[in-house]
Design a protein. Structure first.
Length: 214
C-alpha cells in the first residue's frame, strides 16, 4: 500500500437507496468525511504493514494529504460520499461517515428489511482472518435498530440482544447484515437478523426493542 493510495472501506450509494437523510447530516462539510477516510487508512496501515520503513512512508503520505486538506477544507470533494444515516449528528462507530472507527456501514431498505453490504478490513480482526465477535454484535445491533425505526414507528432502544455465532465472519470479503421486525406488541418490537456470508448465516440475532413510556 503506497502513501498516495489509502485503503478506504466505503459502500457506494449505487449499491442501494440510502436511508433518508437528516438535514443536519447532509449539510456537513465533506472535509470531515475525507479526514475520517484518511484516518481509517492510517488504522489499516498500523495493523497491516510489516516493515517499519514502509509504514513510515505510508504515514508521511497520509499526513501530507491531511495537511493539504486542512489548508483548504472548502475545496474537498468526496468522490464517493457515504449515504447519511438519517440520525441527527450521527457519530456512531458503525455507520458514521465522519467517525474513523466506523467501517462505515450503509444501511438501506429492501423488501421490508434493513440491509447493509460491507467488507471489513484488518483493524476489525479478532481471531486471525476473522471479524471480532464484538464487531459482529455491533453490526447486528445497528441493523436491527434501523429496522425497528424504518417504518415510521416511534423511537425505541435495545432492551435485549441475543447472538448465536454459527461460523466465522471473514475479513476483506463482502458480508451482508440484515434486520427485520418480527412482531410489535405495544411498546415492544421483537426483532431478528443475521450476518450472511455467501448467503449463509455466520451469526444470527434475536432482540427486543422498547419505546419509552410517553
Amino acid at each position: 500500500m503506497g502513501p498516495s493510495t489509502p485503503v478506504v472501506q466505503s459502500t457506494p450509494a449505487a449499491q442501494g437507496a440510502p436511508e433518508a437523510a437528516h438535514p443536519e447530516s447532509a449539510a456537513r462539510s465533506p472535509y470531515a468525511e475525507h479526514a475520517a477516510r484518511l484516518t481509517r487508512s492510517l488504522a489499516h496501515a498500523l495493523v497491516s504493514e510489516q516493515d517499519d520503513a514502509q509504514l513510515a512512508d505510508t504515514v508521511r503520505g497520509l499526513a501530507t494529504q491531511l495537511l493539504e486538506a486542512a489548508q483548504d477544507p472548502a475545496s474537498i470533494v468526496v468522490e464517493d460520499p457515504h449515504p447519511r444515516s438519517g440520525f441527527p449528528g450521527d457519530i456512531t462507530p458503525i455507520t458514521s461517515a465522519v467517525n474513523p472507527l466506523a467501517p462505515p456501514m450503509a444501511i438501506r431498505r429492501e423488501g421490508g428489511e434493513s440491509v447493509s453490504d460491507v467488507a471489513l478490513p484488518r483493524q476489525y480482526q479478532g481471531p486471525p482472518a476473522r471479524v471480532h465477535g464484538g464487531i459482529v454484535a455491533l453490526m447486528l445491533d445497528q441493523v436491527l435498530g434501523n429496522a425497528a425505526h424504518a417504518t415510521g414507528l416511534a423511537s425505541s432502544y435495545t432492551r435485549e440482544l441475543t447472538i448465536t455465532y454459527d461460523a466465522a465472519t471473514p475479513l476483506d470479503r463482502p458480508v451482508r447484515a440484515v434486520g427485520r421486525i418480527d412482531r410489535v406488541e405495544g411498546r415492544k418490537r421483537f426483532m431478528s437478523g443475521e450476518i450472511l456470508v455467501d448467503g449463509v448465516p455466520s451469526a444470527r440475532a434475536h432482540g427486543l426493542w422498547i419505546s419509552p413510556r410517553s
